[in-house]
Design a protein around this ligand. Structure first.
Ligand SMILES: Cc1ncc(COP(=O)(O)O)c(C=O)c1O
Length: 343
């Protein structure tokens, strides 16, 4: 790993428009001795991106520093977006818009029956941060896209300047925030005298694209293994490569990524997106009880379940440390209380 390369990446990232939203950067890299002993694995470290700070933090806070700077560059005065009702992205977006004085319209897909009426967890916080929330009649994402465009048209007719972040031509901006997290992991590992074999994470697209881009650019040997929260999406490898290529081009870096550069496993999804699994809930309870750290029921718990499964299958040695990149999401726990309790 070369510190010249690290400096070059930091310099390239520093040229992107950015607004300050996170309270804690760099996030800590901490050892989990009691958790590692409980799973019988190698030394497991955790990169605390759950602690980025804004509105309970998480991976999207890093991304919003860049993507909302882009929105402001387009002179936006209102943000329109959507995801699932218990979306961490929408919760962090709501906190960020509150901080920046931007109006926010959220068009949210109900993933479970309870999402039609329950105001809890991330959804409660979206309201509290002042977002104008609409729960759509069903979980169809195509209809959601149309509803977002229709809302933007209405707003334009009122003389407003709506902006929808994280679209095909801008999604790489979110990924680049994770090249910075990867840079921190490389630097903190060196400072702590460890040489991790892997970074594990919950990832569908931008987070893994950015981490792979960052680690490859600084010539790190650390391998990246993502666990998908989403079922049946074989195109995710091409998608991650496309995002990484677009991000590299935006930074002016000469790099090329292919689908095969991304190791992403969907064996932990279970029934479907948004429905917890017994293995994920076991991981969530174990980390809580051994280290006092909260995962979430939809993303990170399934990824830690994947890491535990690799330890149990003997895929990791006992000596080389691994890093789990905690992307946040713990407020969702309150929207899943019966499942988390096992009731
Ligand atoms: C807690 C958590 N982890 C991981 C992810 C996946 O992030 P990405 O879409 O960048 O792959 C999300 C996405 O919302 C998330 O909320």
């Amino acid at each position: 790993m070369s510190s010249e390369k690290e400096q070059a990446l930091a310099a390239a990232l520093s040229r992107l428009p950015r607004v300050k939203l996170a309270s804690v950067l760099p996030t800590p890299l901490e050892e989990l001795p009691r958790f590692s002993a409980a799973v019988g694995g190698p030394p497991i470290y955790i990169k605390r991106d759950d602690l980025t700070g804004l509105g309970y933090g998480g991976n999207k806070t890093r991304m919003l520093e860049f993507s909302l700077a882009e929105a402001l560059r387009h002179d936006a005065d209102v943000i329109v977006t959507g995801a699932g009702v218990q979306s961490n992205y929408c919760r962090q977006m709501a906190a960020a818009c509150a901080r920046l004085g931007l109006e926010l319209h959220l068009l949210l897909r109900p993933i479970r029956e309870v999402d039609h009426h329950q105001v809890q967890g991330n959804h409660l916080l979206q309201w509290l941060f002042g977002a104008k929330c609409t729960i759509l009649p069903d979980a169809d994402s195509e209809k959601q896209g149309k509803a977002i465009l229709a809302r933007m048209e209405e707003l334009k007719k009122q003389g407003r300047r709506p902006y929808w972040p994280r679209q095909a031509d801008t999604v790489d901006i979110d990924a680049l925030a994770y090249a910075e997290s990867a840079l921190e992991i490389a630097q903190q590992s060196r400072a702590q005298g460890i040489s991790p074999s892997h970074v594990y994470l919950a990832a569908l697209d931008t987070t893994q694209s950015g981490v792979v881009l960052g680690l490859r650019f600084v010539e790190s040997q650390i391998r990246v293994k993502g666990f998908s929260p989403f079922e049946k999406w074989p195109q995710r490898f091409e998608n991650m490569a496309r995002i990484a290529n677009q991000g590299a081009a935006r930074l002016g870096l000469r790099m090329e990524f292919k689908a095969g550069d991304f190791d992403n496993d969907d064996s932990q999804v279970g029934e479907r997106y948004g429905i917890p699994t017994p293995q994920g809930l076991e991981a969530l309870r174990l980390l809580a009880r051994t280290e006092g750290i909260l995962l979430d029921p939809v993303y990170t718990s399934k990824a830690v379940a994947g890491l535990i499964a690799e330890v149990r299958a003997g895929k990791l040695g006992r000596d080389r440390p691994v890093v789990f990149l905690h992307t946040g999401g713990s407020p969702a726990i309150f929207g899943y209380a019966p499942e988390v309790l096992g009731a």
